[in-house]
Design a protein. Structure first.
Length: 256
């Protein structure tokens, strides 16, 4: 079917409505091609590495340390996928994944990055509401910020208090969230007491935005693991990245 894209007048030519639509579509397509070409030129000579992790690890541990890796390895280009769906993390599409669990995933070679230790945290201002001191038994009457998460093996208050041999009354929590980063942010702003994972909140404890209102903690068989597909030949970029993860872990341990 013939479509008129422009019209001619006396010594002039102008686009029809169809012509304007076609022009706009072509411009967008050309811009996409130009951006793709620019990206290819920027990554020219760099070794690419696709990695995956969940939002909690990305927000609290990995992204704050990412500039250090980039400074050490400017020849490596990272493609980061962040998802809280376990099957997406371990679908074989990424060369390295940082995954929470026991580390026994079929088809993957794993190495524990760090184990799991869970304890209460709150803001200094919130603890002042309790005159600066709180006991494990006081927690049942505190403003508990609870995690409502699809990860079945992530701990919530009911499990943590059970591990402490404390009965939890069947009372509604002040706040429930399915996002751990947002839950931690709410605790920093004085909304109540949240459960925290060692290593993920260490920086917040150091800078004082969060404190531990009591020393009690619960350790589990879970943790974060570095996972690589079993049949994937380890590249130079993979080796550099895994070595860097472990060195950052060791550095953090030395500072705790």
């Amino acid at each position: 079917m013939n479509v008129a894209l422009f019209e001619r007048g006396h010594r002039s030519v102008w686009l029809t409505d169809r012509g304007k639509d076609f022009h706009n579509s072509v411009v967008v397509a050309l811009n996409h091609l130009a951006n793709a070409a620019d990206e290819a030129r920027l990554n020219d000579g760099k070794e690419r590495l696709k990695i995956a992790t969940d939002t909690s690890f990305a927000a609290h541990w990995f992204i704050p340390r990412l500039p250090k890796f980039e400074a050490l390895h400017p020849d490596i280009s990272l493609h980061i996928m962040v998802t809280d769906v376990r099957n997406d993390l371990l679908n074989g599409d990424c060369q390295v994944a940082m995954v929470h669990g026991e580390g026994d995933w079929r088809g993957y070679v794993t190495e524990q990055l760090f184990g799991e230790e869970v304890f209460p945290v709150c803001s200094p201002d919130y603890l002042e509401k309790w005159n600066g001191t709180i006991t494990p038994n006081d927690l049942v009457n505190a403003d508990l910020l609870d995690l409502d998460y699809e990860k079945w093996n992530w701990m919530n208050w009911a499990i943590w208090l059970t591990e402490m041999n404390i009965s939890m009354p069947n009372l509604p929590r002040k706040l429930r969230m399915n996002s751990y980063p947002l839950l931690v942010d709410a605790a920093k702003r004085g909304a109540g007491i949240a459960l925290a994972w060692r290593y993920l909140v260490d920086d917040d404890l150091v800078n004082g935005s969060l404190i531990r209102p009591l020393d009690h903690s619960v350790k589990t068989k879970y943790g974060y693991h570095i996972a690589s597909p079993f049949n994937d030949k380890r590249s130079h970029a993979t080796d550099c990245f895994v070595e860097w993860l472990l060195s950052e872990r060791n550095l953090q341990r030395a500072c705790i």
